[in-house]
Design a protein around this ligand. Structure first.
Ligand SMILES: Cc1cc2nc3c(=O)[nH]c(=O)nc-3n(C[C@H](O)[C@H](O)[C@H](O)COP(=O)(O)O)c2cc1C
Ligand code: SF4
Ligand code: SF4
Length: 261
């Protein structure tokens, strides 16, 4: 008898949490209890017999915190698992690679797939307009509900690990992971900064502190999630010249950024 599920997520700007919650909602409508947990929280309790892992794609792979979480996660011992990555347009083989890691840890991986969501990577293109973003989000939430609901349909639930892993994506991802240690030096506050401290509060890793002159200082551990940059109320954070003058993105548009998770 199936007892329940636990969905683990990491999010920078809210898309991933929205997907995990949408997926949980669709299972709860079928009477299945789902706990939605941040991968950064402790893993004290015994995990249930069905596990979902949700994350944004970074450099065609998973955020480093997801890799660390996978190392901490207890052995699957035959438990079922699925992976839902989300990306702006090219997920590489991130979902498959996380699925393989779960498989190696004893999980029976039922699904490793991805969902399109609005891009928060404004070093490339600026964020899309709110109405377009709402359409992409609605389609993404619809797709994740379908994917997860199908896992519980015995006629549809065939285990699948998605596309095979690819050396190009693996190399690009390796470069991304290597570059993370330099990330803090590329973040700067501008004259628009009023020292409010929201960037300190909101960083999921705790990488930002305020200096004695009340200006943010970026330190070790930054995951390059772009939350501080996209959510700063004054748009006073830049990461290289490529973010200058670009429209910001957050799923939490218009919400209280001190209580986002
Ligand atoms: C550092 C970084 C790297 C990214 N790399 C990719 C990528 O390789 N392919 C892609 O399609 N989107 C990429 N994106 C976009 C995000 O995966 C996408 O916007 C995601 O929905 C953000 O989720 P979140 O709101 O939960 O943080 C990247 C975003 C960041 C911050
Ligand atoms: S959130 Fe923005 S305005 Fe507030 S301290 Fe940080 S950089 Fe400055
Ligand atoms: S410092 Fe900014 S970009 Fe880096 S992890 Fe924290 S919120 Fe994300």
């Amino acid at each position: 008898m199936f007892k329940g599920a636990q969905f683990f997520y990491f999010t920078g700007t809210g898309n991933t949490l929205a997907l995990a919650k949408a997926a949980a909602e669709s299972l709860e409508q079928q009477g299945i209890t789902v706990e939605v947990s941040n991968v950064l929280s402790s893993l004290e309790t015994e995990i249930p017999e069905f596990v979902g892992v949700f994350f944004p794609v970074y450099g065609y792979g998973a955020p480093r915190v997801i890799n660390r979480f996978l190392k901490r996660l207890q052995a699957g011992e035959g438990r079922k698992a699925f992976v839902v990555a989300n990306a702006a347009d090219n997920p590489g083989t991130a979902a498959t690679d996380v699925g393989l890691a779960l498989q190696q840890n004893g999980y029976k991986v039922m699904l490793a797939d991805w969902v399109r969501m609005p891009s928060n990577y404004i070093l490339g293109r600026p964020a899309i307009e709110d109405d377009k973003a709402a359409e992409v989000v609605a389609a993404g939430e619809g797709k994740v509900k379908q994917l997860v609901t199908a896992l519980f349909n015995p006629d549809l639930a065939e285990p699948s690990l998605g596309s095979p892993s690819n050396p190009f994506y693996r190399f690009a991802y390796w470069v991304f992971l290597k570059s993370l240690k330099y990330a803090p030096r590329f973040y700067k506050s501008t004259a628009k900064c009023n020292g409010c401290g929201a960037c300190v509060e909101m960083c999921p890793i705790g990488s930002v502190t305020l200096s004695s002159t009340e200006r943010p200082v970026w330190g070790r551990g930054c995951e390059h999630c772009l939350r501080c940059l996209n959510l700063c109320p004054q748009a006073a954070i830049e990461c290289t010249v490529f973010t200058k003058g670009k429209r910001r993105y957050t799923y939490w548009q218009g919400r209280n950024i001190k209580s986002i998770e």
